[in-house]
Design a protein around this ligand. Structure first.
Ligand code: FES
Length: 124
């Protein structure tokens, strides 16, 4: 099966589950090392919905910008979808699919997350 989820067997702790209130999202600025050792910024957003978490690159598929034009403001006014602050694209929380806006039909890039002992970990 082909998947866009970037996943390895290595899990990196990002935060404690309790650092993100339920039905909220939070951005994290991470750093990746390229094969040649170059550091590259790696910005992600983690959504918590009850006991579930969803991770995506913090990058709108329309223009490649961060979704949160105001820091950590990721939701639409109804608080049920992710929203890009630049042109208002709306994304389904669980799939990252754009439901409305200029990138309708495209999707956010998922980041594989796992919960280990209450810690939210990324498998990247
Ligand atoms: S950059 Fe996100 S909707 Fe245009």
């Amino acid at each position: 099966m082909e998947t866009n989820v970037m996943e390895t067997n290595v899990a990196y702790v990002i935060c404690n589950m309790n650092d993100i209130p339920s039905q909220k999202a939070r951005g994290f600025q991470l750093m990746r090392l390229d094969d040649d050792g170059t550091e590259r910024p790696f910005s992600i957003v983690i959504v918590r919905w009850g006991r579930q978490v969803f991770g995506y690159l913090n990058k709108c598929p329309h223009d490649g910008v961060n979704l949160d034009w105001e820091r950590n403001q990721f939701f639409d006014p109804n608080g049920i979808r992710l929203m890009c602050g630049k042109h208002g694209a709306l994304f389904e929380l669980g799939t990252g699919q754009c439901l409305e806006g200029p990138c309708k039909g495209r999707s956010l890039t998922p980041v594989a997350l796992t919960i280990i002992d209450g810690e939210v970990c990324a498998r990247v």
